[in-house]
Design a protein around this ligand. Structure first.
Ligand code: CAA
Length: 262
């Protein structure tokens, strides 16, 4: 795995769990081009590292991410806006497409690009003091890193329209009610809760977890016939893995399975 040093993020590992901590606290971890390129780089390294089975993304300080960098965007023209939007959206798509499961541990503000980053992860665990929103229209822009698309899918059209058109910022408790967040925990328990969930996932058969992720992602992007046929295919493929033999043999033998990602 990479030992590269980054200016705006840190990477660490706890066993098979990788942790990216976005760290540009003076600007509340706002996503400038440099940070986005660093994120792209570390995500690529993680995608090539077979020893990372679950990824957690979190933020340093009082924010998860307070959005795309307003200072950088202020004097953009449309061409620059397009380039920036495409960069952010493509990095988030790479995170969504990682074969391993991802968890956003949302420690504070997740606004604009921050909410969009949390939404491209598979699961969101939020601290009680986290706040979510897409405040872009208050700045004269629409969401630019896939917020319209993913918020509508996660929270439904009605809530997505309300939140995006009003630019309202909502607490973690409300984000949980609308399905944007899986779980809310006290701030001091956030990383513990994220790691606990990551460990639980990491203890299962990883090939089966990854195939499930592929079937879920394919399933929401395609018609139901194709989606179900795809799920049948990956289900069938599981039977060619050693982990399937181990999982079912362990069940019959009444013991805990020992999975090998094979
Ligand atoms: N971009 C650049 N800098 C930012 C920033 C952002 N998105 N958010 C915060 N900062 C900077 C502030 O300018 C400030 O810098 P200085 O100390 O140099 O003045 C520093 O971070 C601390 O911020 P505040 O003093 O404002 O902290 P606060 O606790 O009073 O307020 C906040 C926190 C409510 C999150 C407030 O900072 C805020 O409203 N930030 C902007 C949120 C926002 O509108 N995000 C959407 C951006 S647009 C976008 O993301 C588009 C997209 O979809 C791709």
């Amino acid at each position: 795995m990479t030992t590269k040093q980054y200016n705006n993020l840190k990477f660490s590992k706890e066993g098979t769990i990788g942790i990216i901590t976005l760290s540009r606290p003076k600007a509340l971890n706002a996503l400038n081009t440099e940070l986005l390129l660093e994120l792209k780089d570390i995500v690529k390294a993680i995608s090539q590292d077979e020893t990372v089975h679950v990824l957690i993304i979190t933020g340093d300080g009082k924010a998860f991410v307070a959005g795309a960098d307003i200072t950088e965007m202020k004097d953009f023209n449309s061409v620059m806006g397009l380039k920036y939007g495409e960069l952010g959206a493509s990095v988030f798509k790479k995170i969504e497409n990682l074969k391993i499961p991802t968890i956003a541990a949302v420690n504070g503000f997740a606004l604009g690009g921050g909410c969009e980053l949390a939404m491209c992860c598979d699961i969101r665990i939020a601290s009680e003091n986290a706040k979510f929103g897409q405040p872009e229209v208050g700045l004269g822009i629409s969401p630019g890193f896939s917020g319209c698309v993913r918020l509508a899918r996660l929270a439904g059209l009605a809530k997505a329209r309300e939140l995006i058109y009003t630019a309202d910022i909502i607490p973690a408790s409300e984000a949980e009610k609308i399905g944007l967040v899986n779980k809310v925990v006290p701030p001091e328990q956030l990383m513990e809760a994220a790691i606990e969930m990551a460990r639980k996932i990491a203890s299962k058969a990883q090939i089966a977890v990854r195939y499930s992720k592929m079937a879920i992602n394919k399933g929401i992007e395609t018609d139901i016939e194709t989606a179900i046929a795809f799920e049948n295919q990956v289900f069938a493929l599981c039977f060619s893995t050693e982990d399937q033999k181990e999982g079912m043999t362990a069940f019959v033998d009444k013991r805990v399975p020992e999975f090998k990602v094979k």
